[in-house]
Ligand binder design. Structure first.
Ligand SMILES: [Zn+2]
Length: 403
């Protein structure tokens, strides 16, 4: 509200600009919609709209142009592709770089598939810079770039953006933000802020802002591929833990007689539900990555028993771990993303059976377990969100100083 006590007028204006942008990120709106959604007056809104238009962030179009029927008032919208962040997804079997707009939609994406465990942090940063060049960063007509965000499968230390440990990449204490900043600067001549986040936290952020995570404020997000990560959202905020590393659910011990984990322990949850063990159970090459998973889906669709059995076994182990986590955390919603999202239909019977058998408390205390909605680019979009967050909080300040 514009009359907030204790705030300087400049802070009030900054908050108001941020809240107008926040509404528009969910979709175009008339000025009346914006007034209703923010509680600001019409005259204040007129000033904010013209300021954001002068910054080049929004424009007004006729409702017919956006296909919205029966609304004669012009619609205020984010200018498509005007401002973007560069998102990077550093997964074990995929490296993807994309431009993501203020509306959380990808503008363009390039990716490399294949096992990347032999790639050094330095060569990964070089590859990122080369891919950024391919999608036009630093070129004519490219969006104004707010910054760069990267999703990494491991522990990330917030204060210096170091990747402390990423066992499935074989990285220990890597200054990845510095490497990416330098590589982009050397190749493209632009200096950009680079932020790093844990992949599950960023997948959860993407789902919370644009996907299925909007449905609840208490969410357990599970991201699986070769490794398994988690993000615990309590009353709308990520649970950080004492060191900032909470959520490493993939290294929760579930089977004392299980396999050796990349972290050095035995029988971690990801050794029972990760991509390699799933492909191995299905009789496929455990290191075949996304192409192996696609083969598995085709086999399951064709009713091949070995594939269905492997998926049911994964669903059973997924249920064993989830039952414990649900009993501890009491989430309203469990979101399953990454590799597991598209496999949910083949795992859900075995998963549900475990959840029912291991449920503690009354029958109605059942968290709904749903597949993530954001698809393959969820981590990229979450990574871009990390970079966009400061600009969204202070759009005029950022564009005046940084642009
Ligand atoms: Zn482990």
């Amino acid at each position: 509200m514009e009359t907030n006590s204790g705030l300087r007028p400049a802070d009030v204006r900054q908050n108001n600009l941020a809240s107008v942008l926040g509404v528009l990120r969910r979709g175009s709106a008339t000025r009346s919609d914006l007034v209703a959604a923010t509680g600001l007056t019409r005259s204040t809104m007129a000033g904010l709209v013209s300021e954001l238009a002068e910054l080049g962030l929004i424009d007004e179009v006729s409702s017919a142009a956006t296909g919205r029927p029966g609304r004669p008032s012009p619609l205020v919208r984010l200018v498509p592709g005007a401002v973007a962040a560069l998102g990077i997804d550093v997964s074990v079997t995929r490296l993807a770089v994309g431009l993501v707009g203020l509306d959380g939609r990808t503008i363009s994406v390039v990716e490399r598939e294949g096992d990347r465990t032999a790639d050094s942090p330095e060569s990964t940063a070089e590859a990122v810079a080369e891919m950024a060049q391919r999608i036009g960063v630093g070129g004519d007509g490219a969006p104004i770039l707010v910054g760069v965000g990267a999703a990494v499968p491991g522990l990330v230390r917030g204060r210096d953006a170091h990747v402390v440990l990423a066992p499935n990449l074989g990285w220990t204490d890597v200054a990845f933000a510095d490497l990416v900043r330098t590589a982009i600067h050397q190749r493209l001549g632009v200096l950009l802020d680079v932020s790093i986040g844990n992949e599950a936290d960023l997948g959860a952020m993407a789902e919370a802002r644009f996907g299925v995570g909007r449905r609840d404020r208490n969410v357990l997000y599970v991201h699986g591929d070769i490794g398994v990560g988690g993000s615990i959202v309590v009353d709308g905020a990520r649970l950080p833990g004492a060191s900032g590393y909470a959520g490493e659910i993939g290294h929760m011990p579930v089977n004392p007689n299980g396999g050796r984990c990349r972290c050095g322990s035995v029988g971690c949850w990801e050794t029972e539900i990760g991509e390699r063990v799933l492909l191995e159970r299905a009789g496929l090459d455990p290191n075949s990555g996304n192409s192996g998973v696609k083969k598995l889906v085709v086999a399951a669709e064709g009713g091949e028993q070995r594939a269905l059995d492997a998926l049911a076994e994964n669903g059973r182990w997924l249920g064993v771990g989830l039952a414990g986590l649900i009993n501890i955390l009491d989430p309203g919603l469990v979101v399953i993303g990454g590799l597991f999202g598209p496999l949910m239909p083949y795992m859900s019977d075995a998963l549900d059976a475990e959840l029912v058998a291991r449920r503690f408390g009354p029958d109605e205390r059942v968290a709904s377990v749903v597949a993530a909605e954001m698809g393959t680019d969820a981590l990229l979009i979450g990574a871009a969100e990390l970079a966009l967050t400061p600009a969204l909080a202070d759009p005029a300040g950022w564009l005046t100083i940084g642009g």
